[in-house]
Design a protein around this ligand. Structure first.
Ligand SMILES: Cc1cc2nc3c(=O)[nH]c(=O)nc-3n(C[C@H](O)[C@H](O)[C@H](O)COP(=O)(O)OP(=O)(O)OC[C@H]3O[C@@H](n4cnc5c(N)ncnc54)[C@H](O)[C@@H]3O)c2cc1C
Length: 536
């Protein structure tokens, strides 16, 4: 078969592989993704999609369709709570409404949509943006060579093999990543703590919900511990079970030898009712694990998603963290491939994403211990941070961020308090652009963007000259000029600058640099900053 050349080869065409293909396509980079399975996910695993992921989807034009499909599949704004059984006693409410108290920080919302519905949307948009996706095709070997990676892929149906020459390889090949293994990259963390199962079933649970709007229902009783999720109209769902028996000395191997009869019994135990006819549809074993790879990059090969970090599902962080990896990596690959940044920019992927992944893994673990597995003990675990800080408040510290003075950003904080600090996600502010209400975030996503406060009159011209000099792709806006208005007069304050200051936002919507006022509004300074942010 003919050999193929492609800028980026992605191994794994599930949530993170597809997101990588989509985001590379958004940046105008051709990629080829190979996925061993014949199609996208058939089982819902990830479903809780956080605001950051929705913001990313908004940038690539699929926010609305994701919201629409999610509304068809799940009740939105549900609670995350714990019960003894679905029919029985309520034990705790962790979040009473998925979006309560967080709508001010983002133009979008948390939604529930299962991978089985989401992945086809990612696939369709990736194809529109020029990605090549091959299902039923697996990568069987790879070799890094000077200037690229050579891989052999095999069509599983025909057995025919093909050699792919790629500039870069993204390993989105899941928790048991062979690529990570082959590269000899070790993982560190808390290891595996349960052979869990997800039991997919049919059965009308409406009477047991008693009108409650519930997104995730933890079940904690002396016989089992896990969680339910139900889809509209509440006649399908799953029960994930992490342990059985005495909560102080639980049986953590739930999956070995689990029969359909026993699975049915467990569903009934968790429902607290024998009255509802239940059909078991499938039983999927998985390992509850909390660990991250020691490295996310080896030369031209990058780990993303579960290949780079695995965490228990408590908190709904795993898939979202993988999408954020893809988002961080895509613009860097694009700039390097297009010659707009030095390859050193790619070396900022690991220092930016690895600490965030480790923090998120620990946060998921803390939720697992406190919500499901107290027998593991709370000594030495991180305190549970507000979900919002985990989802939107993580910060980067790398060569692609220029801190204020010598103050490095904290690893995470409340996104309402970061206020444009370099290394944090640029805050959302409602603006008016040529008569249309937009979020400030809608201005980001493809290029660097210099945003000047309303009195920062010198910035646009300086920035224009700097972009010309450096060849950087830079959009330039001054609030209050050229049809961009700030009806709430909050832009400068939200970004921690005076009205004459400015921020430079990276293509991933993170603040790369900020100037408190106009003192540095020269072309020389902006050129120097743009060069630094692209590692030139
Ligand atoms: C019960 C449960 C509930 C969860 N809920 C949530 C949630 O609400 N929110 C959330 O964010 N996360 C959640 N997660 C976690 C989330 O499902 C995972 O983090 C996410 O699916 C990981 O996606 P991935 O693409 O990195 O890996 P995977 O989904 O594992 O995909 C890897 C893909 O690579 C393919 N592959 C591997 N090797 C090769 C090869 N050599 N050639 C070709 N293809 C290959 C595999 O076939 C596979 O499709 C949940 C997990 C579980 C178990």
């Amino acid at each position: 078969m003919r050999e193929v050349e492609v800028p980026v080869l992605i191994v794994g065409g599930s949530l993170v592989g597809l997101s990588t293909a989509l985001l590379l396509g958004h940046h105008g980079v051709r990629s080829l993704a190979v996925e061993r399975h014949r199609g996208t996910a058939i089982h819902p695993r990830a479903a809780q999609i956080n605001q950051r992921t929705m913001e990313i989807f908004r940038t690539v034009g699929i926010e609305q369709i994701v919201r629409q499909k999610s509304g068809e599949q799940f009740v939105q704004d549900g609670a995350i709570m714990a019960v003894e059984t679905l029919a029985g006693k309520e034990l705790a409410w962790f979040i009473s409404n998925l979006n309560e108290g967080i709508r001010d920080v983002s133009p979008t919302e948390r939604v529930f949509i299962s991978q089985s519905l989401l992945e086809p949307l990612l696939k369709a948009r990736s194809l529109e943006l020029g990605a090549e996706l091959r299902f039923g095709v697996e990568m069987v070997s790879f070799e890094e060579r000077a200037g690229g990676v050579t891989a052999v892929v095999r069509d599983r149906a025909s057995g025919s093999e093909q050699t792919i020459h790629a500039g870069f390889l993204v390993a989105a090949d899941g928790a048991h990543s062979r690529i990570r293994e082959r590269l000899g990259i070790r993982v560190r963390g808390r290891g595996a703590f349960s052979n869990s199962v997800t039991i997919y079933f049919r059965g009308d649970v409406t009477p047991l919900l008693r009108g409650r709007n519930l997104s995730v229902i933890y079940v904690n009783n002396p016989l089992l511990r896990g969680f339910f999720r139900f889809e509209k109209p509440f006649n399908t769902g799953f029960l994930a079970i992490n342990m059985l028996g005495d909560p102080d000395k639980p049986i953590t191997d739930v999956s070995t030898g689990l029969t359909e009869e026993r699975a049915l019994e467990l569903i009934r135990l968790a429902l607290g009712s024998n009255d509802i006819p239940i059909t078991i549809e499938n039983i999927m074993p998985w390992t509850a694990t909390a660990e991250a790879a020691e490295h996310f990059q080896r030369g031209r090969i990058f780990l993303a998603g579960d290949a780079a970090h695995v965490m228990p599902p408590n908190g709904g962080f795993g898939g979202n963290t993988g999408v954020a990896d893809a988002h961080n990596l895509a613009w860097k690959l694009a700039m390097v491939i297009k010659g707009k940044a030095r390859p050193d920019l790619l070396s900022t992927y690991e220092p930016e994403r690895l600490p965030v992944a480790e923090f998120t893994v620990e946060q998921a673990y803390s939720r697992y211990v406190t919500r499901t597995a107290p027998y593991l003990g709370t000594k030495g675990i991180q305190p549970v941070e507000d979900d919002l800080n985990v989802e939107l408040g993580y910060a980067y510290n790398s060569a692609a961020v220029i801190p204020d003075g010598d103050v490095a950003p904290r690893l995470h904080e409340n996104p309402r308090e970061s206020r444009g600090r370099p290394g944090t996600r640029a805050p959302h502010v409602w603006l008016d652009f040529k008569g249309e209400r937009i979020s400030s975030l809608d201005l980001y996503g493809s290029k660097f963007v210099l945003m000047a406060g309303p009195d920062g009159v010198d910035w646009p011209e300086s920035a224009r000259r700097a972009a010309e000099r450096t060849g950087a792709d830079l959009d330039i806006h001054r609030v209050g000029a050229a049809g961009l208005n700030d009806p709430g007069r909050s832009f400068a304050d939200a970004h921690g600058i005076a009205a004459s200051g400015a921020v430079i936002v990276r293509p991933d919507g993170f603040v790369g640099w900020r100037a408190a006022d106009a003192a540095q509004a020269s072309a020389e300074t902006v050129a120097r900053i743009l060069s630094a942010l692209t590692c030139r």
